[in-house]
Design a protein around this ligand. Structure first.
Ligand code: SF4
Ligand code: SF4
Length: 415
């Protein structure tokens, strides 16, 4: 059934020099530019319940994953961390570097956008760095008020093989390339006379998606990922903040907020049953929430999983094709087909539309919270079940807690 078009979004082509693309948004998909939000609630939660990075808040399971990785994943992750470490370290101090050029006082939005596109970033947008989202441990680190949102596409073919080691090579390989490109772009901004601070994709200062949405680069999908026009969520996202004079972009309604409620492919195909069909209000924003504890055990054991990225039609076919198809037919392009929905799960084999792998309850029992919290939890259970342990065991517990506290928290992680 043909749909009435409410508005048409025009965006730059996929690569520099490509013609602009037109994305028709059907009337029944139209909601608001960006995302439905209650500003006062976002501010309240930010003040009373500030967020911390999962690399700290979920440190216990992030350490646990190393114990269930396959040998190939383990070696690959170690190699990636070695290659990535200097890039993350350089980003951490990038905001302290002084400009190398002289500012003209002119708006340099276009110059930065052009340079970023030349370097290979597929989506570039400008907005205010929204400090309400800043992670607790990074509040004093963030120096400049303007955010440049940058998305680097990862390889199309490798991504379609998700979940697989090949796709993991693309995932982590894209981070390695992006880490270097961000430093290059920051150097360029300094050469124009301004400061530039690189917010690494592997040492996040905040959840970056809200700022990408504010900059009009896409909308939040039901899979919890940014769906951008050309490559959906097949990208790795990062920020640079600067004190340069720039002009902010505006949020856009691509129709995604409502389209996901019609589509639901990722929700139905998620092997962990971690994605929720209905939207909820969470910290002042209306969104489909992901249940972390249902996702993590699957990700850790099945090559990063990311079936939710693979089966998304926006990722597979691009937003223009998907929205044109919806306007012409009222249907979701590829929904119900093996091409879009099928995936292979290591030794468990192939799962077509309507088929999901099964896991027992124990599969989902993983460590929770911070490392010291998890240790306390285990100690508490032991006390309840076995009574007071011998003195040397209590001392051993205290030593373990002390070691964790002395080591401190790291904000650096895999995303
Ligand atoms: S990574 Fe896998 S388990 Fe986690 S939400 Fe996506 S599809 Fe579900
Ligand atoms: S698969 Fe469908 S429901 Fe899920 S994020 Fe993509 S468009 Fe939205």
């Amino acid at each position: 059934m043909t749909k009435t078009v409410n508005h048409v979004v025009t965006r730059p082509g996929r690569k520099p020099g490509d013609a602009d693309v037109q994305i028709p948004v059907a009337q029944d998909l139209t909601t608001v530019p960006g995302i439905r939000q209650r500003d006062a609630d976002v501010s309240f939660y930010s003040r009373v319940y500030p967020q911390e990075t999962q690399n700290i808040e979920k440190a216990a399971d992030r350490q646990w994953v190393w114990s269930v990785y396959s040998e190939e994943t383990l070696q690959h992750r170690k190699r990636h961390d070695e290659l990535n470490e200097p890039l993350v370290d350089a980003a951490a101090v990038s905001g302290d570097l002084e400009p190398t050029g002289t500012p003209t006082g002119e708006d340099i939005t276009d110059a930065i956008r052009l340079k970023a596109r030349e370097l290979g970033f597929g989506e570039v947008g400008f907005t205010k760095f929204d400090r309400r989202y800043t992670y607790t441990g990074k509040k004093r680190w963030v120096k400049y008020e303007h955010a440049i949102c940058l998305a680097l596409e990862q390889d199309y073919v490798q991504t379609q093989s998700l979940p697989s080691m090949d796709a993991e090579f693309a995932h982590f390989g894209t981070y390695e390339i992006e880490g270097a490109l961000l430093l290059d772009l920051a150097d360029y901004i300094r050469s124009l006379g301004y400061h530039a601070q690189v917010h690494s994709p592997n040492d996040n200062s905040a959840p970056y998606i809200p700022m990408f949405v504010a900059a009009g680069l896409g909308q939040l999908g039901a899979n919890g990922q940014l769906l951008s026009p050309h490559f959906g969520s097949r990208a790795r996202i990062a920020l640079i903040t600067t004190d340069a004079l720039v002009t902010y972009d505006e949020p856009i309604d691509y129709g995604i907020h409502q389209f996901c409620q019609v589509c639901q492919v990722c929700v139905n195909r998620c092997p962990g049953r971690a994605l929720l069909a209905e939207k909820v209000w969470w910290r002042g924003v209306e969104k489909n929430k992901l249940i972390y504890e249902r996702c993590r055990p699957v990700m850790a054991r099945y090559d990063g999983c990311a079936v939710c990225m693979k089966v998304c039609p926006i990722q597979r076919f691009g937003m223009p094709a998907v929205m044109e198809h919806y306007v012409a037919t009222g249907e979701v392009l590829g929904k119900g087909t093996h091409l879009l929905e099928g995936y292979t799960f290591l030794e468990r084999g192939y799962f077509g539309p309507g088929e999901l792998p099964q896991f027992d309850r124990q599969f989902f029992e993983i460590p929770h919270g911070r490392n010291e919290e998890w240790l306390f939890q285990q100690f508490k259970e032991k006390l309840m079940n076995e009574g007071l342990p011998p003195e040397e065991e209590i001392v051993g517990f205290a030593k373990q807690v002390r070691n964790i506290l002395v080591k401190g928290n790291s904000t650096i992680g895999d995303e």
